[in-house]
Design a protein around this ligand. Structure first.
Ligand code: UGB
Length: 578
């Protein structure tokens, strides 16, 4: 017991005494029924809206490429996939079945692609773009094992750092008595503290300070484990942060009133600086109702709430971040407690509770340490930015039946295809006329299954430079994967599947007059009776992918190549021949 207490004490910034003191204050406020938003006047904060294809989007991507040279990435991955119905770590799951690449591989690929571009643009061949992953007791060992088995997916030694969050002591009553196991009074009960731990860990590990003082970085980009489309927002959001001087910038998507997503809100109180912060959806309606009489309603002109929906992806200015982390609060973001009371006296709980914290609550710390720091948001169209894989298949089916986003592994996969097809001009705003239904989840993208990997294109300008407009003729069910920087498409017709891989800096390939016809990659439903026996990543989708002869072309030697006719790769004497 003493060992467990010592561990819990050491893991919490300020120690166990501080934790218990805070718990008592928050539990007393909860028992009184205090409203944390009492006296605040809400309004829509100042931010930027970027529309794909507009000049502003392209300009933000360009600015972002420059800012990315001085950016570190932080992936919060301490959560288990219970809601997703998956027992392993979410990072090992395939994002989509056309490549089968895991979330972690895709994220590392992205960081390496940013690094390669940053080195090229800056002429500094030693420039490193760091990635930090926050794990927990639940995810730490398997995350490390995956990285080790895959040689860090090609990252350099030390480029990826891992910091593990610890659990906090569970509380058994309104006086913050520490809870022990019912069957073992010497076993201290602990519970997860939430993704807000990322900030105190960025301080206690010294990573934030190192990134600022030794690496000279300007920004930190925080993202979640299973939202692959977020990669499309990184550069434009960084560009907006740079242009507007935001100390914190939240990636947002349009939000419908009543949707179970937090909203970025400006809160004003006499005598205090305004606070721009995420308000969870269950608190938003009563707060707006009290302030305006209307509650959480759509703007009739747009059909969306005027308050942008939080995707919980954050760009922080590193200088202010380091100042804030090294202030009095030691990076512990304001916590909350959510006990389920057993009695009216509000002292006993149905089960032990604990303090929790969320990374998006950082503005409260920032305001105390850097008064006047600018906090804003960047809103993207949903199809550009948001494809969370969080729900299990049953929940996905239920949401789909109500016409709501499924938010599951399968829907996220087709959202990826939709976004990439749109980038190639093969769909409009993530849609084509026909949709498909798989395993009871309707409304999935009905167009070609396109995957443009980060190595191929980081920005839309990259796509436009490498793919001649109108050059691609793909069947509705075709698969097209482009992986590698030096690939250009002049004309191709694909019925079935084509993957072109060119990872060599000393080789280039031009696709011209190519006609591909094969069985492609079929997405096949798994009958409900067979789902329990399916592979775990198929079980959460309710379908599997069957490869019926996808043509894979990989460039394996230096030189200039032409990929044409029915898939012949011809080496040319020199580039001029192209
Ligand atoms: N995570 C950790 O690293 N440690 C933890 O202790 C807990 C989580 P969830 P949540 O995208 O729609 C968030 O569980 O917390 C990681 C926002 O708070 O997937 O229910 C975990 O591994 C909410 O405002 O989400 O809700 C994952 O990468 C809303 O924006 C990330 O934290 C919601 O996301 C998120 O954890 C959303």
């Amino acid at each position: 017991l003493v060992d467990a207490l010592a561990r819990t004490d050491a893991a919490y910034a300020g120690g166990l005494a501080k934790y218990v003191g805070r718990s008592r204050e928050l539990l007393a406020a909860s028992a009184r029924g205090d409203n944390p938003f009492e006296g605040f006047a809400p309004s829509v904060p100042d931010g930027e809206t970027l529309v794909f294809g507009d000049a502003g989007f392209g300009a933000a991507e360009r600015d972002g490429l420059e800012a990315a040279r001085k950016t570190g990435f932080v992936l919060v991955a301490g959560g288990l996939g219970e809601r997703l119905g998956y027992e392993g770590i979410k990072l090992e799951l395939p994002v989509e079945l056309a490549t089968g690449k895991s979330f972690l591989e895709l994220y590392v690929d992205y960081v390496l692609a940013v690094q390669a571009r940053a080195r090229e643009d800056s002429g500094d061949a030693s420039l490193v773009v760091p990635l930090c992953i926050m794990t927990s007791d639940d995810t730490d060992a398997p995350t490390r094992a995956l990285l080790e088995a895959e040689g860090d997916f090609g990252a350099e030694p030390g480029q990826i750092e891992i910091m593990k969050q610890d659990k906090v002591a569970a509380l058994s009553d309104g006086n913050a008595k520490l809870a022990v196991d019912d069957d073992d009074r010497w076993a201290l009960l602990t519970k997860p503290h939430g993704h807000g731990d990322v900030h105190s860990l960025m301080r206690s590990t010294g990573i934030a300070k190192k990134w600022r003082e030794s690496y000279g970085l300007d920004y930190v980009f925080f993202f979640q484990d299973t939202n692959p489309l977020v990669l499309h927002t990184i550069l434009p959001a960084l560009g907006v942060s740079a242009k507007r001087g935001f100390s914190m910038n939240s990636v947002c998507v349009p939000r419908r009133a009543g949707e179970a997503a937090g909203a970025i809100t400006r809160l004003a109180k006499a005598g205090d600086d305004d606070l721009v912060i995420n308000v969870e959806y269950n608190q938003l309606d009563p707060m707006l109702r009290a302030a305006t009489g209307d509650g959480d309603v759509n703007d009739p002109a747009t059909g969306f709430s005027p308050y942008p929906g939080n995707a919980n992806v954050l760009v922080l200015g590193l200088a202010d971040y380091v100042t804030t982390l090294h202030g009095e609060d030691m990076g512990v973001v304001d916590e909350f407690v959510n006990p389920k009371y057993k009695d009216d006296a509000k002292c006993d709980f149905k089960k032990p509770t604990r303090l929790e914290c969320m990374m998006q609550d950082y503005p409260k710390l920032l305001r105390r340490e850097v008064p006047g720091a600018k906090v804003g948001f960047t809103t993207f169209e949903r199809w550009v930015a948001f494809s969370p894989a969080k729900n299990a298949l049953d929940a996905a089916r239920a949401s789909s039946a109500k016409g709501e986003p499924a938010g599951a592994a399968g829907s996220a996969e087709f959202e990826v295809y939709a976004a990439h097809a749109t980038r190639l001009g093969l769909a409009t705003a993530g849609e084509v006329a026909a949709t498909r239904t798989l395993s009871g989840v309707a409304g999935l993208f009905g167009g070609p299954k396109v995957v443009l990997l980060p190595s191929f294109a980081l920005t839309q300008a990259d796509v436009d430079a490498k793919v001649t407009p109108g050059s691609l003729d793909l069947d509705a069910d075709a698969v097209l994967v482009l992986d590698g920087a030096n690939i250009a498409v002049e004309s191709a017709k694909v019925s079935g599947g084509l993957k072109v891989v060119n990872k060599r800096a000393d080789a280039s390939v031009v696709i011209r007059d190519l006609v591909v016809s094969n069985g492609g990659l079929a997405h096949v439903e798994i009958p409900d009776a067979d789902i329990p026996a399916a592979k775990p990543f198929e079980r959460i989708r309710g379908y599997k992918a069957v490869d019926a002869g996808v043509l894979v072309v990989e460039v394996a030697e230096p030189g200039h190549f032409l990929l044409s006719k029915d898939g012949q790769l011809t080496k040319l004497a020199d580039e001029a021949e192209l």
